[in-house]
Write a protein that binds this ligand. Structure first.
Ligand SMILES: Nc1ncnc2c1ncn2[C@@H]1O[C@H](COP(=O)(O)OP(=O)(O)O)[C@@H](O)[C@H]1O
Ligand SMILES: [Mg+2]
Length: 504
């Protein structure tokens, strides 16, 4: 007797369909798992055998073969336990084959027959929906996460016995309701708001321009100036996540197995702060079974690197490829696995090791020490930063000022208007933001009038700009003009863009 159940494997943050084929025939009593399976998948047979026995369904003494198809893609994870167990029961005639058709099934089994949560449920259910599947049976502990996909009935089960009696139509389970829209609305509230940030006019302005054109930004300034605070405020001035973005970002966290019933979904733009001791693997992802790193967890949001000179050169080098491509490729045993990593980089550093330069009354560093500190961030890294900001120490007068600073909501409206302009501009060109323009787009969209052209030439000579710096300045100037709703890049926009680039 043969049966086939649909389940799913993971590659990167995408799920692919896997047919769990089970066959029971007379012959040598064995239980074989085949189809390019990893060690933990092969162990499924022991969990399944025991879980079935402890649920009152001892498996027959017969020749059992389980094949996970397609056979040329490696499968890992523990999610195949439940479909294997239900496949065996179907072959034994205990479950009607009809009841498992058009059904996606995944879940890990414990020896006593409990169904345990697995990683990557969200991409699996998205895949099942795409394949036209109408019904999914998944672990109860993952059911909230699964419920965000609309148009599929998602049933959570906590034990193998419950799954069996549901398929036999002996008990009824209510499918979990999709709550995507209400969760997204609730997620629109932010923890940090620019209304809290006093003074720091340049940093506030820089953050706004950075968010408007998705430019990378670096801030320097003494400890306590508010660099970390400003970075944390940036997601609040970016547009709220769309439904599509929310599912895309959440799929990354789902694959990391980071969801619980309390946080079943990422509804806010991510803010990911990576520590200076981070290894290149924790930053960009990797490992024997590839896992997304900080750059992917920050997808569609902000990656914050504090104390940037303390990062290892190797770690910063590793950021180069994701910064350029917006994704990370990890090669493992013939397979390439791709994680999205389209983030805005915000970096911060003190101006010198003690943090007080240029306040010479307090600074204890000599010239050589300072130079060594600055040289830790390589030229190519600084080159990639479109916006470089010096945050001054905030005066006590500013800190105690009763005047409210402009809040994030008002800034966000301007940022979103600038995003709209860019969306129209880049329609059909495969990019969405000014920072992503290549030379061809710069040529087309950053045309200057003759006096502006002359000014730019002089500024370039004065600041000894490299070609790369020159083009970065033009891109930022384009964003400044967009924020002002201006079709042309005027002299003010150019001067501001230069100030923001050469202030270091
Ligand atoms: N410009 C500011 N406006 C309001 N509060 C500030 C400002 N700068 C610093 N603070 C307060 O000081 C704390 C430390 O600031 P932080 O952002 O960590 O500084 P930095 O990262 O520059 O060392 C913040 O949590 C905030 O309460
Ligand atoms: Mg800080």
């Amino acid at each position: 007797m043969f049966c086939s159940i649909m389940s799913g494997g993971l590659r990167g943050i995408e799920s692919f369909p896997v047919s769990v084929e089970t066959d029971i025939s007379s012959g040598m009593p064995t239980f074989e798992m085949v189809g390019y399976v990893g060690g933990e998948v092969r162990e499924a047979k022991d969990r399944v055998r025991t879980a079935l026995a402890n649920t009152g369904h001892p498996i027959p003494i017969a020749h059992i073969t389980v094949n996970l198809s397609p056979g040329d893609v490696k499968k890992s994870g523990t999610g195949f336990d439940l479909p294997v167990a239900l496949g065996v029961l179907t072959c034994m005639g205990q479950i009607d084959a009809e009841s498992i058709s058009d059904t996606f099934i995944a879940g890990e089994l414990s020896l006593n027959g409990e169904v345990c949560p697995i990683k990557g449920i969200l991409p699996m259910i998205l895949m099942a929906k795409e394949k036209g599947i109408g019904k999914c049976i998944i672990p109860q502990a993952n059911s909230k996460e699964g419920s965000f996909v609309e148009g599929v009935e998602v049933y959570g089960v906590s034990t193998l016995a419950e799954a069996i009696s549901f398929l036999k139509k002996e008990t009824d389970i209510v499918p979990v309701k999709s709550r995507l829209k209400s969760e997204l609305l609730a997620g629109a509230v932010h923890e940090y708001d620019f209304a809290e940030v006093k003074g720091q006019a340049m940093a506030r302005r820089g953050a706004q321009i950075a968010a408007a054109g998705l430019h990378n930004m670096i801030m320097t300034g003494p400890p306590g100036a508010g660099k970390t605070l400003i970075a944390k405020c940036i997601p609040s001035i970016m547009p709220p996540l769309s439904e599509e973005e929310c599912l895309e970002v959440s799929a990354i966290y789902s694959v990391r197995g980071e969801f619980s019933d309390d946080t079943p979904l990422i509804t806010r733009r991510p803010f990911v702060s990576a520590h200076s001791t981070s290894t290149d693997i924790s930053l960009v992802g990797g490992g024997a079974v590839p896992r997304p790193g900080a750059v992917s967890l920050a997808h569609k949001g902000v990656l914050f690197l504090d104390e940037i000179p303390e990062f290892s050169r190797r770690a910063l080098e590793a950021l180069r490829q994701p910064l350029e491509d917006g994704k990370v490729h990890i090669i493992r045993n013939r397979d390439i696995c791709t994680f999205p990593a389209d983030f805005m980089l915000v970096a911060a550093m003190n101006p010198c090791p003690c943090g007080h330069y240029p306040d010479m009354n307090k600074c204890t560093c000599d010239e050589a020490k300072r130079a060594r500190y600055m040289s830790k961030i390589s030229g190519p890294f600084l080159d990639r930063m479109d916006i470089c900001i010096t945050a001054e120490k905030v005066s006590p007068f500013d800190l105690r000022s009763r005047e409210a600073s402009e809040g994030s909501e008002a800034i966000r409206e301007r940022v979103m208007a600038a995003h709209e302009i860019q969306k129209k501009r880049f329609e059909g060109l495969g990019i969405s933001f000014n920072s992503q323009m290549g030379n061809r787009e710069i040529e087309k969209f950053c045309r200057l009038g003759s006096s502006e052209e002359e000014l730019m030439k002089q500024l370039a000579l004065k600041h000894d700009m490299s070609a790369r710096t020159y083009f970065r300045v033009l891109k930022v100037a384009r964003t400044i003009a967009d924020l002002a709703g201006s079709a042309d890049i005027n002299e003010d926009a150019l001067c501001e863009a230069v100030r923001l680039k050469v202030s270091f």
